[in-house]
Write a protein that binds this ligand. Structure first.
Ligand SMILES: Cc1ncc(COP(=O)(O)O)c(C=O)c1O
Length: 365
């Protein structure tokens, strides 16, 4: 809203300013023309479910039955909410790494459950295994993991995933993973937690077409996991949206079948933008935590003599014509991320360059 009102460059929200593959847009248009305009099956169209299962096999060697272990949702957002509502009861606890994507806390609250947070600390955004162990109690029902991670751009590495898997098996937890940035990785390798020993039978893996194909407005997401857990999520989805996005589903099936080169190019193209924005921010005086993945870079604003990201971001459009978002809403205790600010680089290079020119006017304190 601030960007619209002030005409500032919007590096706040994470949406690309160019569309995804034309072949997908054409498939959606064709689907509308061919009459795919009524309720699709509640589970999702068979073609898309088969394409999702084939994608999990192709990239990760994970096998899912498209008829009982895959569910199409209204974006990852519905998948997350429906999974938490399906698996948690009032009084249950959900372990979440923090900072955390902003839909997690409301989803947990809507289920009547409580969050237990494990901090990720800059500069590497690692976590302390002891803090994870302490967060698990006899009431813990679920661990919610986001990797690659928004807002930090962290990709959890093999040791961290093994540690999380060990804890989940020992405490017999259910797990929901949010992997919407699975293909936007510049360093390291994305490994689904479900592929670790003992995890497949307890993990719901969530992803979405929005980020992988730059069609965030289509809101086609999915859940893969053991049939009884997917059935529970479907039961909740039945009364949230029932079904969604009929003409977009065949188009996403086309996208999931694109050759490896498409996915590699999408990541390398975004890596270029990451470097352009990060280098520009460093030049402008920000402390920059260069991300390994995603659309986002986290910065610390204390070099400007500012302590409060909310205040900094409110004033930024008037000071230099750029919108960014404070990181504090990603924390349970807003004080924890007070001096952190997130900027998005999923924008055209010319837009990033102009934003950098404007931010350079800020000048260090
Ligand atoms: C970590 C994370 N999960 C989920 C979503 C939402 O995905 P969708 O648009 O598919 O609902 C986002 C969008 O920004 C995100 O960053």
């Amino acid at each position: 809203m601030l960007a619209e009102r002030t005409g500032a460059i919007n590096l706040g929200q994470g949406f690309p300013d160019t569309d995804g593959p034309a072949v997908m847009a054409e498939a959606a248009i064709r689907a509308i023309r061919d009459g795919h305009n009524q309720y699709p099956p509640s589970l999702g169209t068979p073609d898309l479910r088969r394409a999702i299962a084939a994608h999990q096999q192709r990239f990760y060697g994970l096998g899912y039955d498209p008829d009982s272990e895959v569910l199409v949702t209204a974006g990852a957002t519905e998948a997350i909410a429906a999974a938490v509502l399906a698996l948690c009861e009032p009084g249950d606890e959900v372990v979440v790494f923090e900072p955390a994507y902003d839909s997690y806390a409301p989803a947990v609250a809507m289920a009547g459950a409580t969050r237990r947070v494990v901090p990720l600390r800059p500069p590497s955004w690692g976590f302390d295994p002891d803090e994870l162990a302490v967060a698990i109690t006899p009431r813990t029902r679920l661990l919610l993991l986001n990797s690659p991670h928004n807002p930090t751009g962290k990709v959890f590495d093999a040791d961290e995933l093994a540690c999380i898997a060990r804890v989940c098996v020992e405490a017999d937890l259910l797990v929901v993973t949010d992997e919407v940035y699975e293909h936007l990785v510049f360093e390291g390798r994305h490994v689904p937690l479900a592929s670790l020993p003992g995890m497949g039978e307890r993990t719901l893996t969530i992803s979405s077409a929005g980020k992988s194909f730059s069609f965030t407005g289509w809101k086609i997401g999915w859940v893969c996991g053991p049939a009884p857990l997917v059935a529970a999520v479907r039961t909740v989805k039945q009364f949230l949206t029932y079904a969604n996005g009929a003409p977009f589903q065949p188009a996403v099936a086309v996208g999931l079948g694109l050759p490896d080169a498409y996915f590699a190019e999408a990541a390398s193209d975004l890596a270029l933008r990451r470097d352009r924005l990060c280098d520009g921010l460093l030049g402008a005086g920000f402390e920059v935590f260069r991300p390994m993945a995603t659309y986002f870079v986290m910065t610390d604003i204390r070099a400007f003599g500012d302590e409060d990201g909310v205040d900094f971001c409110r004033r930024l459009p008037d000071r230099c014509g750029v919108v960014a978002v404070p990181a504090s809403p990603f924390y349970e205790d807003p004080g924890a991320g007070r001096s952190l600010v997130r900027l998005a680089f999923c924008k055209q290079l010319a837009v990033i360059d102009e934003a950098v020119r404007r931010l350079a006017r800020l000048g260090p304190a």
